[in-house]
Structure formats: C-alpha cells, structure tokens
Design a protein around this ligand. Sequence first.
Ligand code: IMP
Ligand code: MG
Length: 175
Amino acid sequence: MSEEIRVLISEEEIEERIREMGRQISEFYQGESVHLVSVLKGGVFFTCELAKRLSVPVSLDFMSVSSYGDGTKSSGVVKVVKDLDEAIEGKHVLVVEDIVDSGRTLSYLLDNLRSRKPKSLRLCTLLDKPERRVTDVRVDYTGFEIPDEFVVGYGLDYMQHYRNLPYIGVVELDA
Ligand code: IMP
Ligand code: MG
C-alpha cells in the first residue's frame, strides 16, 4: 500500500492568506500587544508564519493538550500535557490553531484559558471544517474553510508524518 498526497492548498495560497490575516489581526490589536498561545504541535508552523506578519508587539507561549479518543475522533475529554509558562491575566490572548474539527478540544481549551482572566480571548485557525462541528466554538479568524477530508501539512500530521510539508494536502491511500 502506498500513500500519495494531493495538494489542496498551495504554499503560495497559504502565504498570501497569512499576509492578509496578519494585516487584519494587526489592525484589530492596533496600539496594544498581543500574546499568542500556540497549540502544540500542529499550530506551531502557522503560528511562526503568522507572527512574522503581525505589526503589533507580539509575545508567545505554547500549550499542549491531548484529547482521548480513538485516534481519528476526539472524545471531548481533554488533558493538559504542557501548560503555559506564563500567566495570561490581563493580556490580549490570541489562540493559534492548525484546524478546528469537532471543536471539542478548543472548546475545552478556551474555557480553561478564560478562567485565567485574560483581558481578551480570541481564536485564530488556519483551517476550519465547519461540517464536522459538534461543539459550538467561536472562531474569530479563519484562513480557509475546507471540506470534510483528512488533511496534512503545515503542521498537520498523519500518524506524526507530513507536518513539514509547506502546503496542505489530502492523503490518498491506494492499495
Ligand atoms: P477537535 O477537538 O475535533 O476539533 O480536534 C482538533 C484536532 O484534531 C486538531 O487540532 C488536529 O490535531 C486533529 N485533526 C482534525 N482534523 C484533522 C485533519 O484533517 N488532519 C490532521 N489532524 C486533524
Ligand atoms: Mg491541533
């Protein structure tokens, strides 16, 4: 059995979209600093590219959560694997994720962060699969809405592979 990757969103399209998002987000936080909370591991590639396109002062922290499930579906039971290094109280926090799927992981994460009293809390995701939503999550900035297909690249993995692809692709298995 071999796997092939079909390009869904090219490197150029992603870069262009991240520049636009950078402009829009910088405008929103004009005159303030923004504290990016990047969700490990998948959110890291997008976080770095987005951070480079922000013109307001930026600080960064990382959080890792794991959701118990059968591997492809999350159950909604979430555990903090690595917590933030710094307190977020009083900060303008922007959570940066690779993808919002069922919304369960993020819904937990946002509730958790909200309880720490940030000055504001917003969510930015590179990809969104709205068809798959189970839990309501307010997404403030979306790079691309995609259909219900399993994608890899730009931080997203298939069994820990393909995170380093500079584009978003769909894994096609052929026997
Ligand atoms: P949720 O709790 O269902 O929204 O889970 C979101 C998490 O599932 C993401 O942060 C990804 O780690 C993973 N995920 C969801 N869809 C995909 C996909 O198409 N490719 C790779 N990982 C995915
Ligand atoms: Mg993720």
